[in-house]
Write a protein that binds this ligand. Structure first.
Ligand SMILES: [Zn+2]
Length: 161
């Protein structure tokens, strides 16, 4: 607890960085969040009792053209009722392998990018992931504005890939 870095990384406001390693082609950032009372999803009791930890690898935005992976020491709590559940954090959504910040950046880039393949390369991910992100975004755009331009954009992308 005493020797933790207080360094704050954009998009990762609440995390404590415990270690940063430069590996050959990537940067590994080890992070965790402070322990705090969590409400049990089963019985709504507040608990701070830790059950265990698991390391979860999460992709984050590149630093100076290097890939960045978070090694997040994810805490699980144990409620007296027997329920075990993971802590909630603001930088990654449940079941996601990339940070929210990463998804937002990809969302911006996919609109401007040349094509899915190029954008995928930029973000070290698969064209399928990029396409899914794009579909998701254009679906919400269509819902919001309900007019033609986003649909035209989709056709252009399809022609490209
Ligand atoms: Zn409970």
């Amino acid at each position: 607890m005493q020797q933790k870095s207080i360094m704050k990384i954009p998009g990762l406001k609440e995390v404590n960085v415990t270690k940063i390693e430069e590996r050959e082609d990537m940067v590994a950032i080890h992070v965790e969040v402070p322990r705090k009372p969590h409400e049990c999803p089963a019985c709504q009791t507040m608990t701070t009792r830790v059950h265990d930890y698991r390391i979860q690898k999460i992709q984050h935005l590149k630093w100076f053209e290097r890939k960045v992976a978070l090694f997040y020491r994810k805490r699980r709590y144990a409620c007296p009722c027997g329920k075990k559940f993971a802590e909630t954090v603001s930088f990654v959504k449940k079941y996601q392998r990339q940070t929210i910040e990463w998804n937002q950046a990809l969302g911006m880039r996919v609109i401007e990018g040349k094509n899915f393949t190029d954008t995928a390369k930029q973000f070290h991910t698969s064209p399928t992931t990029v396409m899914r992100r794009f579909d998701h975004l254009s679906a919400s755009l269509v819902k919001e504005v309900d007019q033609l331009p986003p649909v035209i954009a989709i056709d252009e992308y399809k022609a490209d890939t």
